[in-house]
Design a protein around this ligand. Structure first.
Ligand code: UDP
Length: 334
């Protein structure tokens, strides 16, 4: 049996492919390379350069390979873009997921793992958020993820052979400890990526968006999860579903929060580079604090984080950034 990974040439998808290959799985990747990189797909995975809505490509994949599980990462992820172009996000993330789920049913795929987001909760307040917290997405991006979760829920209720795990990611960062993959986006808006670019001289500094939040130091608090631990959580979800576990939604974070200022100070300390930092106004839509209660993933999926350490996440992110060369993004060694 093979596992189909959509968006397997992207940041999280490429780490998932490595995790699956390391575990001896047969891996098929489909990616349109809109934001992914072909070089990020290891030779041992079979690669199809195509969109997930490309009927002929999916026909070929399902005709050629015996796929028992799909791990679905493909989609758009830039929250401010989703506010400007909501229909693009509903098309790419929701409509295309609907199509993929339909094809999964037709192909009798039994297990479906979906890349969801803490954005389904919106601004959850100052306590760690559990899976039963109210849904209150504050962007079309968050809504597009939630709508896909709802489609999966309804399809699983209607079709007894189909089960899913929706994994709600908190702030994903870091790189493969063996430096086989990392965050290579040319347009990332994420704090640790931007700080790593500043520390490696690709930017002349960074801005802290808002210092008047209701948090201990006034800057926003987030739960940063190492991308390799996140990939392992998916593998736990895959094993859980293959063992017959019922459909689930699970938070993927560590349950510990760090402020923007703490992250920036940690990047400076680990890199030894004192890059310029400016205090800037709040970024629209930022919540003061978003931290996971990940008890459910640990207990039900059997997930045990192994890289739960901010310094380790930053060290791996910095090492990868150094390998990317002088440009923002690009192929390692450029
Ligand atoms: N942030 C910042 N400067 C930056 C990028 C991000 O101050 O250049 C802050 C952002 O306002 C938020 C936190 O860092 O409070 C995490 O932002 P990120 O975009 O990494 O993830 P998000 O939590 O928005 O998904």
């Amino acid at each position: 049996m093979s596992v189909l990974v959509t968006g397997g040439a992207g940041y999280i998808g490429s780490h998932m492919v490595l995790e699956l290959l390391d575990r001896g799985e047969d891996v098929i990747v489909i990616d349109n390379l809109l934001t992914g990189n072909e070089w990020a797909v290891p030779d041992r995975a079979r690669f199809y350069r195509a969109d997930i809505a490309d009927a002929a490509a999916l026909d070929a994949i399902f005709a050629t390979h015996e796929i028992d599980a799909i791990i679905h990462f493909a989609g758009l992820i830039i929250v401010p873009d989703s506010v400007e172009k909501p229909l693009d996000y509903y098309h790419e993330n929701t409509c295309k997921s609907r199509y993929l789920i339909q094809r999964a049913l037709e192909a009798k795929v039994e297990s479906f793992i979906f890349s969801s987001s803490a954005a389904v909760y919106g601004a959850p307040g100052l306590e760690p958020v559990t899976e039963s917290a109210p849904f209150a997405p504050e962007s079309p991006y968050g809504s597009s993820k939630l709508m896909t979760e709802w489609m999966l829920r309804d399809v699983a209720a209607a079709c007894s052979g189909f089960r899913f795990a929706a994994l709600r990611y908190f702030n994903v960062a870091g790189a493969d400890p063996g430096m086989r993959a990392g965050q290579s986006s040319r347009r990332s808006t994420h704090l640790i990526k931007i700080a790593a670019e500043a520390a490696t001289g690709k930017r002349d500094g960074l801005q802290i968006f808002g210092n008047d939040f209701e948090t201990p130091d006034g800057t926003c608090v987030r739960d940063y999860i190492h991308v390799t631990d996140l990939a392992r959580a998916h593998y736990c979800a895959l094993s859980y579903l293959r063992d017959g576990g019922p459909s689930v939604a699970a938070n993927c974070g560590y349950g510990s929060g760090y402020s923007v200022r703490q992250v920036v100070d940690a990047v400076k300390a680990v890199s030894g580079v004192d890059f310029r930092v400016n205090e800037a106004p709040r970024r629209p839509g930022d919540a003061a604090m978003i931290v996971a209660d990940s008890t459910f993933a640990r207990q039900t999926l059997g997930w045990t984080p192994e890289l739960d350490d901010l310094e380790t996440i930053i060290r791996h992110a910095l090492k990868w950034e150094g390998r990317l060369g002088n440009r923002t993004g690009g192929q390692p060694g450029d």
